[in-house]
Design a protein around this ligand. Structure first.
Ligand code: ARG
Length: 463
C-alpha cells in the first residue's frame, strides 16, 4: 500500500524533494523496527502533554487510543507499514492524523524527531539486550553441557599452538564460559546507560512546555532522564558501546570457532562435528567442512566493521543532532542480528559435537607436556626453579634423541643428568599427577574443575 505521506516540514519549502534524494534520505525501510517503541514513547509523551495542559483528558484518550490502533493495524496487515514514508516517526504521525484528524497534529508539541528517535532507539535496544542476554546464556549452557558430557576427558593445552601442558576438556569449555560471563556483565552495564530518557530535550535546547520528564521516564521504565539536552539528542555512545560489546562477544565466538575448526581437522582429530552443522564439497567426496564455525569466524569481522563505522560516523559531528546519525541504526540492527544468530549456531555446534577422548588423552600424554612437571619435581627437591628448568630441558633433549617420552626414560639416564631424580619421578610425570597438582583456584585439577563446573551450573540455574 503506498500513500502520499506528507513531509513533516513543508511550510518553509516551495519545492519538492528530488526523487533520488528522497530515497537517499529515507530510513523507514530499516527504522520500521522501532515502530512499536516509537508508539509506546508517543503514548507516554501524550501523557506528558496532558500533564502540561497541552492535551485535555479526552484528547489524550483519543490520541493514545489511535496510537494503539496503529499497532493493531500493523499487526493485522504488515503491508500497513508503508515503506514510502521518510521515517518511522513521520509514518506514525501521518497515520495518526489520518485516524484523529487535526488533533494528531498536537502530538509533536514539545518534541522533536531528535529526542524522539533517541528515545525509541533506547527503548527498543533495552528490550533487545534482554533477548541477546538470553542467547548468551544458551551458549553458556551448551558449553556446560559439553563439559559435563566429557567430564573426564583430557586435552593438550597449547601456547603458540604448541603442546604445552595437559588440561581437562571441561577446563577448556569453562574458559569460554568465563568469556561469555563477562559479556553478560558488559551488556548489563551497557544497558544502564541505554536506559536513560532523552525525551523532553526537544530539538536541542529543551522544551518550553511544562512536561514532567521524570513521570514520562517512570511510565516508560527508564531509570532516569538525561541531564543535558544538547548531549541527549546527539549522544550515541550507548549504540557504540552496544556494538563494542557485541564485538567482544564475536571475538569470543570467533576464537571458539577457530579452536574447534583446528580440533576437527584430521591432523588433530580431537572432535567430531555433527553433520547438522557441516557441509560437503561439491567436488571432493570425502570432505566435511566446518562451515558453521567458519561463518561465525567470518561474521566477527562484519560486527567489528559496524563498530568502526559508528565511531567514524560520530567523530567529527558538531553538536547537536546531524543527519549522519541516521547511520546508527543499520549498524546496530545488523550487529545485533549477526551476534544473535552466531550465538545460536555456536550453541548448536557445541550441543552436537563429540570428543574423541582416546585421541585427546594420547595427545595430552605425548609431546613432553609433562616437562614443566619435571622441573616442578626438582623444585620440590630443593633445586632452584631456573636450574630445574635447565635440567628438565636437557632431559627433554636427551629424550628426543632417544625417541622416548619423559616417563619412558630409564631412571639411570635421568639420575645421571640430575642426582635429585629418584624412582618417585615416574609418579610425578604421570598424566594424573600432572593434572592433580594444578589444584589452586582457577587451576585445571579434576577436583577444581568439577567444583568450577558445579559453581557455573549453579550460577546459571540461579538466573
Ligand atoms: N530518521 C532520523 C534518524 O534516524 C530521525 C531524526 C530526524 N531528525 C531530523 N532533524 N531530521 O536520525
Amino acid at each position: 500500500m503506498t500513500r502520499d505521506t506528507p513531509t513533516l516540514w513543508g511550510g518553509r519549502f516551495t519545492g519538492k524533494p528530488d526523487e533520488a534524494f528522497a530515497r537517499f534520505n529515507r530510513s523507514f525501510g530499516f527504522d520500521v523496527r522501532l515502530f512499536e517503541a516509537d508508539v509506546e514513547a508517543s503514548i507516554a509523551h501524550a501523557h506528558g502533554l496532558r500533564g502540561a495542559g497541552v492535551l485535555t483528558e479526552e484528547e489524550t484518550a483519543r490520541v493514545t487510543g489511535a496510537l494503539r490502533t496503529l499497532v493493531q493495524l500493523a499487526a493485522e496487515d504488515p503491508k500497513y507499514l508503508d515503506l514510502e514514508s521518510e521515517d518511522v516517526h513521520s509514518f506514525i504521525e501521518s497515520r495518526l492524523i489520518e485516524l484523529v484528524g487535526d488533533l494528531g497534529k498536537k502530538l509533536h508539541t514539545g518534541r522533536s524527531r531528535n529526542d524522539q528517535v533517541a528515545t525509541a532507539f533506547r527503548l527498543w535496544l533495552r528490550e533487545e539486550i534482554d533477548g541477546l542476554q538470553t542467547d548468551v546464556r544458551s551458549t553458556q549452557t551448551a558449553l556446560l553441557a559439553a563439559a559435563e558430557r566429557y567430564a573426564k576427558a583430557v586435552l593438550p593445552g597449547y601456547t603458540h599452538l604448541q603442546r604445552a601442558q595437559p588440561v581437562m576438556w571441561a577446563h577448556w569449555c569453562l574458559a569460554y564460559f568465563e568469556m561469555l560471563e563477562r559479556d553478560v556483565e558488559r551488556m548489563a552495564d551497557v544497558s544502564k546507560r541505554v536506559n536513560i530518557l532523552p525525551l523532553g530535550s526537544a530539538a536541542l535546547a529543551g522544551t518550553s512546555f511544562n512536561i514532567d520528564r521524570e513521570a514520562v521516564a517512570r511510565e516508560l521504565g527508564f531509570d532516569g532522564v538525561t541531564r543535558n539536552s544538547l548531549d541527549a539528542v546527539s549522544d550515541r555512545d550507548f549504540a557504540v558501546e552496544f556494538v563494542g560489546a557485541c564485538s567482544l562477544i564475536m571475538v569470543h565466538l570467533s576464537r571458539l570457532a577457530e579452536d574447534l575448526i583446528i580440533y576437527a581437522t584430521t591432523e588433530f582429530g580431537f572432535i567430531q562435528l555433527s553433520d547438522a552443522v557441516s557441509t560437503g564439497s561439491s567436488l571432493m567426496p570425502q570432505k566435511k567442512n566446518p562451515d558453521a564455525l567458519e561463518l561465525i569466524r567470518g561474521k566477527a569481522g562484519r560486527v567489528f566493521g559496524h563498530h568502526a563505522a559508528l565511531l567514524a560516523a560520530m567523530k567529527g559531528l558538531p553538536l547537536a543532532y546531524n543527519k549522519d546519525m541516521q547511520e546508527d541504526k543499520e549498524a546496530v540492527f545488523d550487529a545485533l542480528d549477526t551476534t544473535r544468530i552466531c550465538l545460536e549456531v555456536a550453541a548448536i555446534v557445541l550441543n552436537n559435537l563429540s570428543v574423541n577422548e582416546a585421541r585427546t588423552r594420547e595427545a595430552a600424554t605425548n609431546g613432553y607436556l609433562n616437562a614443566t612437571e619435571l622441573a616442578d619435581y626438582l623444585v620440590k627437591k630443593g633445586v632452584p626453579f631456573r636450574t630445574a628448568h635447565d635440567t628438565a630441558g636437557r632431559i627433554v633433549l636427551a629424550a628426543i634423541e632417544m625417541g622416548r617420552e619423559l616417563h619412558e626414560m630409564p631412571l639411570a639416564k635421568l639420575s645421571a643428568i640430575s642426582q635429585d631424580i629418584g624412582q618417585d619421578v615416574f609418579d610425578a610425570l604421570s598424566l594424573e599427577t600432572t593434572l592433580n597438582t594444578k589444584g589452586q583456584a582457577g587451576g585445571t585439577s579434576p577436583a577444581r574443575v568439577a567444583e568450577a563446573l558445579k559453581a557455573a551450573r549453579e550460577r546459571m540455574d540461579g538466573q
